[in-house]
Design a protein around this ligand. Sequence first.
Ligand code: NAD
Ligand code: USQ
Length: 382
Amino acid sequence: MRIVVAGGDGFCGWPTALYLSRKGHEVTIVDSLVRRKWDEELRSNSLTPIASLEDRIARWKELTGREIQLYIGDLNHYDFLRTVLAQTRPEAFVHFAEQRSAPYSMIDREHAVFTQVNNVVGTLNVIYGIKEVVPNCHLIKLGTMGEYGTPNIDIEEGYIRIVHNGREDVLPYPKQPGSMYHLSKVHDSHNLMFACRVWGLRATDLNQGVVYGLHTDETQMDPLLVNRLDYDGVFGTALNRFLIQAAIGHDLTVYGEGGQTRGFLNIRDTIRCIEITAENPAESGEFRVFNQFTEEFSVLDLAEKVRRVAEREGLNSRIVHLDNPRVEKEKHYYFAKNTKLKDLGLEPHLLTDEALLDILQTAIKHKDRVLTENVLPKVTWK
Ligand code: NAD
Ligand code: USQ
């Protein structure tokens, strides 16, 4: 298939582009490189040293003979996007290209406005571009499990059957997102659903949980292909942060009680979920929602797992309960459904001690690159 990977320089997009290219698809990466600018703004870095996108792609071609086309530009610029679509005529458009950090979106008014404009306008442009240029193209859009929040009932995959005053309907599942970033994903979902209903577009919203890990078979083929790994208080995510904290002898930073439960998945499953979704497109007019995670853990469970594995490596980590910088429930019911991707063939990589050790060893290898002043959280929700 001809597949565009928007956000293909990022943590999820880069390994996805390589995987799809290796599987024989004609891959085009679109990225504005803005993620690298946010590192400069925050005076932060990826734990792993990442090469320029041009060098990464050139190395991939040398190693495999496979070409990945590249367009550097911003999805918020419609003329640019329309040109990309007209020249590449994708059958699937995988959309990772958003500002994805909840803390970044909560820094102040400017960052909240930037996040929502970048994400919502970018996705609106993709919707209009597909409608205008390639109406049959399947839009595979990265959403988030955080759209649902933490309701006191089971979380369904996108829709819930409701009986009300003797009548019944299947309606979008209620959304209670926890940050300005998570809200941007809810707005995207509404816009996508409208576009499918009114214009007959085909779209799949992948409500992804927190992704951990960094390596895939392809990124391990050469040091120039290594994936980025975030650890700072703004872009680092829970499990990856704990592993890097263990590697540098920092306390493991559980926010509040640590009973916050979320869906998690290995980056190796992210790339496979995209492949499965591309191979099984939504129908014309269908707005499909898959919950993309493989296991549920509380934050405290994860910190304990990391502490135990690190101890075996001779690292003595302490778990600390910081005052929670976020406004969120620290103890709650959580059970989310995630059968649709498994029904289509996903075989999850589960969180074993070996998987933790693999990430820990990479963290130990690069630990001198950690800027320790960036580890503690500084952004608060209040
Ligand atoms: P990332 O920040 O590493 O990558 C995003 C990429 O998109 C970057 O390379 C950035 O330069 C690019 N980008 C952003 N805005 C753009 C724009 N307007 N035009 C062109 N390029 C733009 O993020 P990630 O961790 O790879 O996440 C990818 C997607 O998956 C995001 O939509 C995110 O919300 C979603 N997601 C991520 C996680 C996770 O744990 N990382 C979990 C659930 C969902
Ligand atoms: N947390 C800690 N300690 C830390 C970091 C986080 O206890 O050092 C807690 C947070 O308070 C929160 C949970 O861990 O309760 C998850 O936080 P996170 O930073 O790992 O993830 P989150 O902000 O939810 O965002 C990440 C990605 C985002 C994606 C989301 C999936 O950055 O792009 O949408 O995971 S989900 O969580 O399912 O919404």
